[in-house]
Design a protein. Structure first.
Lengths: 419, 283
C-alpha cells in the first residue's frame, strides 16, 4: 500500500519526503482507529470507575452540599463557646430539607465516623423535625429532648470539621490513623488498629506464597524443559488442568481435602498417624489460605519458568563441565543465573495476584487467614463504609500498579501469555 | 542434572530417581485435589469424604443423587442459564473489541504502543475486587447495578485483555506480505480481512474468545458485587453453597465444571496444533 502511495506522489511531482510523512501519519491514525473502540470502552467501563473509586476515598461533600448555612454559622463558633439558638434553627431547617434526598442519613453516617453514637442522634433528630414545628418554643429544647449530645460541643465540633468537600479521613483510617481534636494525625486506639496489620500480613503472605511457588515450580519446570517435547507436552497438561479449572472448584477441593472430617484427616486416622480425637485443623486458618493460594498460583510460576528454561541450550552446561566445573558448580553459575528472568517474571506475577486476592482466603481462611481484600469486601457489602473501602482499594491498587510497572520494565508485556 | 554426563555413578541414579519422585509429588499436589472431587460427587451419602462402601467399590455406595439435585433445583438451573447468558454475551463483545484492537496493536506504525497495551491489559492485573468496587460505584450511578447489562459489561472488561494478548501473539506470527499480496491483487481491506487474515488468525481469535468465556464463566467477585438474586451465576451460586450450606451438590457442579474445562483444554490444544501446522506450511 505504501509503495503504491509513494508512486502516485512521485507522478504528481510533490516532495516525496513530505508525501511519505503524510502517508505515515494517515497510517498511524488508521492504526489508532482500530484500537479506539476498545480504548474507549476500557476508559469508560474500567478506568473511569476506578477513578470514581479514588474520588470516593476523598469525597466528603455531603455537609458542604446539604448544610452550607450551618457550616457558615459554625465558622465563628469554637468548641468552648455556647451554641446559639440561631445555629440550632439553621441546622434544623437544613436537616428537615435534607430528608427527601437522603442527605440526612448520609450526614448521620459520616458524623458517626467522627463521633460514635452521632448516627442515631442525627437520625432521631431528623425524624423529630418532621412534625409541625410551629409550636416549637426553642430549638435547643427540642434538640436536647432528642439526644443530650446535641447540647454538648463534640457533635458540633465534628460537624464543623466537615467543612471541606475533600477529606483525608478515609486514607488515615485505612492506615489506622485519625485526627485528634487539635487536628494532629495520631494512631487510633490499639483496639481499633486493624488495617496496617492486615497490609503487613498480606505482604508477607504474598512473599511466602511466591517463595513456595518458586520452590515447587523450579523442579517441574526444569523437568519439563529437559524432557523430550512429546512427554513434556503431556506433563504440561497436569499444570494446565488446574490452571484452567474453576477457582471455586479448586477451593472446594481444598475444603474437601483439608477439613477436619475431610479426606486427608481420614487418611491420617486410618493409617494410625493420628488418633480420631486429635484431627488436625488444616483449614479455615492461615495454613488453609497459604496451601490453597499456592495451589492456585503455582501455574503462574511454572509457565514463565518453563518458557525461559526451554531457551537455555544444554550445550552451555556441557561446555562448563568440559572446562572442568563440577556439575553443581556449572549449574550454580551457568544455569541458575539464566533462569532468574523467569523466576522474576513469575514472582512478580504471583505477588501481584496474591496481594489483591479475595475469593480463596474468604472461603478457606476462617478468621485468622484473611488478607486485606477481605476488608474491602467487608466495607463494601457489610459496613457500607464505601469511603474506607475505596481508600483501602486505592492503596492496594497503588502497590499493584507499581509492581505492574516493574513487570513491564523488567519482563515486558509481550511475555504475559496465558497457557 | 542426570542428563549432564553419560558417566553417572550409582549416586547419580539415586538423585535421578529422587528428583523424579519430587516432581511426581508436586504434580500430585497440583492435580490430586481436582481428581478427588470427581469420585466424591457420586457419593450416595451426604458426606465429603470416602465412605467404607466407596472404598470397597460397593455399587450401592455410589449414586447420581447430587446430579439429580442440580436438575431439580430451580436455583442451580437458573444460575446455569445466567452463566451462559452473561458468558456468551460478554465473550462476543470482548472478542470483537479485543480482536479489532489487537489488529491495530500489531501494526508497526501504531503510536504509543506500549502505553496503550499496558492500559488495555490492566484489567487482568488490577485485583478483581478493586475493579468490582469501582464498577459498583459506576454502575449504581448510571442505574445499572443488579442488572444483566452491568454484569455483562463488567465481564467484558475482564475478558478483553485475554483476547488482546492471544490475538496479538497470533498476529506476531502472521506473515504481513500476505495481506499486501491480497491488496495488490485488488481486494478491498474488508475482503482481505475476511478472506486472508481471518482464516489465518482464526484459531488465535477462537482461543482468545475461549479465555474470555472461561474468565466470565469462573468469575465470582464481580458477580458478588454487581449481580442481584435474579442474575446469580454458577460461581455465585457455588459461593453461596460453600459459605452457607455445604452440600455435596457442590461437588457434582464442580465435576461438571471440570468436564467443561477439560473439553475447552482439548479444543485449545487442537487449535494450537492447527496454528503450528499452518505456520509450518508457510515457512
Amino acid at each position: 500500500m505504501r509503495s503504491h502511495a509513494s508512486a502516485i506522489t512521485n507522478l504528481e511531482g510533490r516532495d516525496l519526503k513530505a508525501a511519505l510523512a503524510r502517508k505515515g501519519r494517515v497510517n498511524r491514525i488508521r492504526s489508532f482507529c482500530l484500537v479506539l473502540p476498545l480504548l474507549g470502552f476500557t476508559s469508560v467501563v474500567f478506568i473511569f470507575p476506578i477513578l470514581l473509586m479514588g474520588y470516593r476515598a476523598i469525597d466528603d461533600s455531603v455537609a458542604v452540599h446539604a448544610f452550607p448555612k450551618t457550616l457558615a454559622k459554625l465558622e465563628n463558633w469554637r468548641p468552648g463557646n455556647d451554641i446559639p439558638e440561631s445555629l440550632y434553627r439553621t441546622f434544623a431547617k437544613e436537616l428537615r430539607g435534607a430528608r427527601k434526598s437522603g442527605d440526612d442519613g448520609r450526614l448521620a453516617t459520616r458524623l458517626n465516623y467522627e463521633l460514635p453514637g452521632a448516627r442515631s442522634a442525627t437520625i432521631r433528630l431528623s425524624r423529630a423535625l418532621q412534625r409541625d414545628l410551629a409550636e416549637v418554643r426553642t430549638y435547643r429544647a427540642l434538640f436536647q429532648d432528642v439526644n443530650k449530645k446535641w447540647v454538648q460541643p463534640d457533635i458540633w465540633a465534628a460537624l464543623k470539621s466537615l467543612n471541606s468537600p475533600y477529606t483525608a479521613y478515609y486514607f488515615l483510617a485505612a492506615l489506622d490513623r485519625e485526627r485528634d481534636i487539635h487536628g494532629d494525625i495520631v494512631l487510633r486506639p490499639p483496639t481499633e488498629r486493624t488495617y496496617v496489620k492486615l497490609f503487613v500480613r498480606t505482604f508477607w503472605v504474598s512473599l511466602l506464597v511466591a517463595a513456595i511457588c518458586i520452590l515447587l515450580a523450579y523442579p517441574i519446570a526444569y523437568q519439563l524443559a529437559t524432557l523430550p517435547a512429546k512427554t513434556a507436552n503431556l506433563l504440561l497438561i497436569l499444570v494446565l488442568l488446574p490452571f484452567w479449572t474453576s477457582l471455586l472448584v479448586r477451593t472446594t477441593a481444598w475444603i474437601v481435602l483439608l477439613q477436619s472430617e475431610g479426606v486427608l484427616n481420614d487418611l491420617f486416622v486410618a493409617t494410625g498417624l493420628i488418633d480420631d480425637a486429635s484431627r488436625i485443623q488444616m483449614i479455615y486458618n492461615m495454613f488453609g489460605t497459604i496451601v490453597a493460594m499456592t495451589h492456585i498460583l503455582l501455574p503462574f510460576m511454572v509457565l514463565p519458568l518453563y518458557s525461559v528454561m526451554k531457551t537455555i541450550p544444554p550445550s552451555y552446561l556441557r561446555a562448563a563441565v568440559s572446562l572442568g566445573a563440577t556439575p553443581a558448580r556449572a549449574w550454580l553459575s551457568i544455569y541458575f543465573p539464566l533462569t532468574l528472568p523467569g523466576m522474576g517474571a513469575g514472582s512478580i506475577l504471583v505477588f501481584i495476584l496474591c496481594i489483591g486476592y479475595y475469593v480463596t482466603p474468604a472461603l478457606v481462611g476462617g478468621r485468622t487467614g484473611q488478607l486485606i481484600a477481605s476488608s474491602i469486601a467487608y466495607h463494601m457489602q457489610t459496613s457500607l463504609n464505601w469511603g474506607l473501602a475505596a481508600a483501602i482499594g486505592t492503596i492496594v491498587l497503588a502497590v499493584v500498579l507499581v509492581m505492574y510497572w516493574l513487570y513491564e520494565r523488567l519482563v515486558g508485556l509481550n511475555e504475559l501469555r496465558m497457557g | 542434572m542426570a542428563s549432564l554426563s553419560p558417566h553417572v555413578g550409582p549416586s547419580g541414579h539415586f538423585w535421578k530417581y529422587a528428583f523424579r519422585l519430587l516432581c511426581a509429588s508436586i504434580y500430585l499436589f497440583l492435580v490430586a485435589p481436582i481428581l478427588v472431587i470427581i469420585p466424591l460427587s457420586f457419593n450416595a451419602e451426604p458426606y465429603f469424604t470416602f465412605t467404607p462402601g466407596m472404598l470397597s467399590f460397593d455399587p450401592d455406595a455410589y449414586s447420581l443423587r447430587w446430579y439429580r439435585d442440580i436438575l431439580d433445583d430451580a436455583h442451580w438451573m437458573r444460575s446455569i442459564r445466567n452463566s451462559f447468558i452473561v458468558g456468551l454475551s460478554s465473550t462476543l463483545l470482548a472478542t470483537i473489541l479485543g480482536t479489532v484492537a489487537a489488529l491495530g496493536l500489531s501494526r508497526s506504525d501504531m503510536p504509543f504502543r506500549t502505553a496503550i497495551m499496558a492500559m488495555l491489559i490492566s484489567p487482568m492485573i488490577v485485583p478483581v475486587i478493586i475493579t468490582a468496587a469501582g464498577m459498583y460505584f459506576f454502575l449504581s450511578s448510571v442505574g445499572l447495578s443488579q442488572s444483566f447489562a452491568g454484569l455483562i459489561l463488567a465481564h467484558t472488561v475482564l475478558g478483553t485483555p485475554f483476547v488482546v494478548v492471544t490475538v496479538t501473539a497470533t498476529m506476531s506470527g502472521f506473515d504481513k506480505t500476505l495481506a499486501r499480496a491480497s491488496a495488490s491483487l485488488g481486494a478491498p481491506p474488508t475482503t482481505t480481512f475476511f478472506k486472508v487474515i481471518m482464516p489465518l488468525i482464526g484459531p488465535g481469535v477462537i482461543s482468545g474468545a475461549m479465555f474470555a468465556f472461561i474468565t466470565s464463566f469462573d468469575e465470582v467477585v464481580a458477580a458478588l458485587f454487581l449481580a442481584g438474586t435474579e442474575q446469580r451465576t454458577v460461581p455465585r451460586q457455588m459461593w453461596a453453597g460453600i459459605r452457607e450450606s455445604l452440600s455435596p451438590t457442590i461437588l457434582a457442579v464442580a465435576t461438571l465444571l471440570i468436564l467443561v474445562c477439560v473439553m475447552l483444554l482439548v479444543v485449545l490444544e487442537l487449535l494450537r496444533r492447527r496454528n503450528e501446522r499452518l505456520r509450518g506450511i508457510r515457512s
